[in-house]
Design a protein around this ligand. Sequence first.
Ligand code: AOF
Ligand code: ZN
Length: 355
Amino acid sequence: MRKCLHLAEKGEHFVGLNPLVGSVLVKDGEIIAEGYHAGYGLPHAERDLLQKLPDSMDYSGCTLVVNLEPCNHFGKTPPCTNIIISKQIPQVVIGALDPNPLVSGKGRERLLAHGIKVVTGVLPEDCIQLNRQFYTRMIHQRSYCIAKWAATTDGYIGNQSSQRLIISGEEAQQHLHVLRSRVDAILVGVNTWEKDKPRLDSRILDSDVESSESWNSIRIILDPNLRGNYSSESIDRVFSPIWILNGEIEETKKSERGNDVKFIKLPENWIWKELLSMLYQNNIGSVLVEGGSTTLKELIASGCVDEYIEYRNTALRIGGGLEAPDFPNDWQQQQLLGRDLLRVYKVPISSDLYQ
Ligand code: AOF
Ligand code: ZN
């Protein structure tokens, strides 16, 4: 199973909204073939493995091991259970069941119904952890949501004035830019958009690796009363498509420099769960919410945060200002980045239902 998890990781950055899946074929205690899901729309791990082997292959005594339950539905690719059954594989070992309502439990049932021996729940926590974004999306039918803020030693994320306050040092900034390059969208409230004039990019990373990948992730501004400045000059400081979630208009246009700008109308009395479901329906698998204070507080109160990240400066006190959100749990991970303490908490996903 550990080998499957390693193989699965090869699909990182390519599988889109799909899970990371690896598979091995074992005979007499030895791995005799490997496969993995290499990209969105491409064959699943099991099919990738099996289709590389000769048609004449005899599978007696073989066990197929996979970190996610084999699927039983037609998506972009045909069901993995079909090929497993047609090859007469006698035994399948599954890390954790698939949370996708189209599959969950049904893949295993179908294999059992065809007389295949099935073992489930092998390293289930590790299997779920690897795909925690996928599990969260499937369980809640919304985007995976990360709340991030930078705080001073005395617990403020900004001052009361209209001036921008720089809290984090170089190493923390660099860490943040890697994080930004890994999410599908970055969201800020209108106050932050106006006050900080953020570019919301991953420039430190991009200048290092010359990668333009991160430019394509969506920048989202939450502006229910449409108070922000969206002139071309303001839009064009960002090098990515911009979505403005608001309560007034629905409109798509281009800025002067050709940036995609989309005004998306929110339903009246919207709640965060709906907003994140709407983003998920628009193919946003993960969203990083960066502030400001009101946006973060409301989001956290909604219970829709899956991961909390704080960069706490250990040497800056400002004596008053906008308070950092109340963090409801104990941090699970702490690491010093220069003079900033990185603190992370990931909401646990119970493996009970997936074994
Ligand atoms: C597997 N093995 O390697 C993967 C699975 O649109 P499709 O056909 O790619 O189907 C996507 C769904 O299939 C996805 O939501 C998840 O439930 C399952 N992914 N299943 O047996 C794999 N990637
Ligand atoms: Zn499949």
